[in-house]
Ligand binder design. Structure first.
Ligand code: NAP
Length: 409
């Protein structure tokens, strides 16, 4: 394949995608290389099938994690972050969290350094993956989790430390608030700017993808000035930026008797604990969920469980200047180099990436190919142990099987 060129992001945030874009990849640690090899062959086959060889991806390896440490002496070189920035779109396998090396996590560092503020996690059922739900096919939600603040800011003070006592003294003397002397303290900042840009991204996604609702998930009944403010700012940004395309749930009932006009999406909100009940009892009522960081962490894993677990859950971290698509599970190190684990999470993240660059036809090939493979019950060990009558295949055989299905579509 000829040399590729870069995807360009224009000032308005839209992308110019050449026919042969260069896309950087981080293969990942542990089982990362296995799932990346399977993913790459599926994505290449899908692009080839969708565009008859007129489009193709030139893959550019960039380094992070253990492989990077071996090659460059650094866990996360600046050059890697720069490559993602320059090429606008990248894909990565899971990375080991280095213990005691000054990183909380490489993934968190990548998100923060590149300001990838929206963690986007679609949760959709693929038959016949075993699910605890009676009707798992009614689960089709996309979580937009704020990625940069909330309790993940890492502002914490250990119980009994001198600075913690100072904070407790300040709270008592300056703010008139009593906190037990032996407390650890964590700080939960939630800002207007970061909340609004996250909710705006969720609404734009809903509009671009023909979705019907955006639900603001929060715990504002208790944490009024953080979670409650997130909810208020969410409604504000809907009004400021999407006045014509959105209505509130209250207005939907007041003016339209609960029947959504075809040219609008509804903005609603739910208290977090209630939403956990409702996504189980009435999943068909929820579409896009926009929420602060910690709620997003919980709800996206809970929804993944409703459709059969994290092994099948794709994800992306998206900012205003670049995006990184990734497997949502970890490195599963005990299975490293055994060509064994399920590559679906990374393959489906690759499909999200193709959608993101506007190559919807290729994304469709990936999704359909994978669905056919799972429906044929030809699956890796994790699903084979749960699906009756399944044929167990290796990671690479699963990828190759999808490629064959794509060729026959
Ligand atoms: P993990 O790697 O996700 O593995 C936990 C278990 O989940 C595995 O033992 C396996 O279960 C199952 N699993 C994970 N990926 C699978 C796949 N592709 N196919 C089938 N089953 C899969 O979690 P961990 O052991 O807690 O974390 C290991 C390392 O990954 C740590 O260094 C952690 O920091 C890192 N991590 C990275 C990311 C990321 O890069 N995004 C995310 C989370 C964790 P069975 O044993 O039951 O088969």
């Amino acid at each position: 394949m000829a040399n590729g060129s870069r995807i360009i992001m224009k000032d308005d945030g839209s992308l110019t995608v050449p026919d042969i874009p260069v896309i950087p990849f981080i293969e990942g640690d542990g089982t990362g290389p296995d799932i990346w090899r399977a993913t790459r062959m599926v994505l290449d086959a899908a692009v080839n099938a969708a565009y008859n060889g007129e489009k193709a991806i030139v893959w550019l390896e960039i380094y992070a994690g253990e492989k990077s440490r071996e090659k460059t002496g650094e866990w996360l070189p600046d050059a890697t972050l720069e490559a993602i920035r320059e090429h606008v779109v990248a894909i990565k396998g899971p990375l080991t969290t280095p213990i005691g090396e000054g990183f909380r996590s490489l993934n968190v560092t990548i998100r923060q350094r590149l300001d990838l503020y929206a963690c986007v996690r679609p949760c959709r059922y693929i038959e016949p993956v075993p699910s605890p739900m009676k009707n798992p096919e009614s689960v089709n939600m996309v979580v937009f989790r704020e990625n940069t603040e909330d309790v993940y800011s890492g502002i914490e003070f250990q119980a009994e430390a001198s600075e913690t006592k100072e904070v407790i003294r300040f709270l008592k003397e300056q703010m008139g608030v009593f906190v037990p002397e032996d407390s650890g303290i964590g700080i939960k900042p939630i800002s207007a700017k970061n909340s609004k840009r996250l909710v705006a991204k969720a609404i734009q996604y809903a509009l671009d993808n023909g979705r019907k609702s955006v639900t603001l998930m929060h715990k504002g009944n208790i944490m009024k000035f953080t979670e409650g403010a997130f909810n208020r700012w969410g409604y504000e940004v809907a009004k400021e930026k999407f006045k014509e395309q959105t209505i509130t749930e209250a207005k939907l009932w007041d003016k339209f008797n609960g029947v959504l006009p075809t040219d609008k999406i509804v903005i609603k909100d739910r208290i977090a604990d209630m939403l956990f009940q409702q996504v189980l009892l009435r999943p068909e009522e929820f579409d896009i969920i926009a929420t602060p960081n910690l709620n997003g962490d919980y709800i996206s894993d809970a929804l993944a469980a409703q459709v059969g677990g994290l092994g099948m859950a794709p994800g992306a971290n998206i900012g205003d200047r670049c995006a990184c698509f990734e497997a949502t599970h970890g490195t599963a190190p005990k299975y490293a180099n055994q060509d064994k684990v399920n590559p679906s999470s990374l393959i489906l993240s690759g499909a999200m990436m193709l959608d993101y660059i506007g190559w919807h036809e290729a994304a469709e090939f990936v999704n359909k190919g994978l669905q056919k493979m799972v429906k044929a019950k030809t699956v890796t060990y994790d699903l084979a142990r749960q699906i009756e009558g399944a044929t167990k295949v290796k990671c690479s055989e699963f990828g190759q099987g999808i490629v064959e299905k794509i060729k026959r579509m």
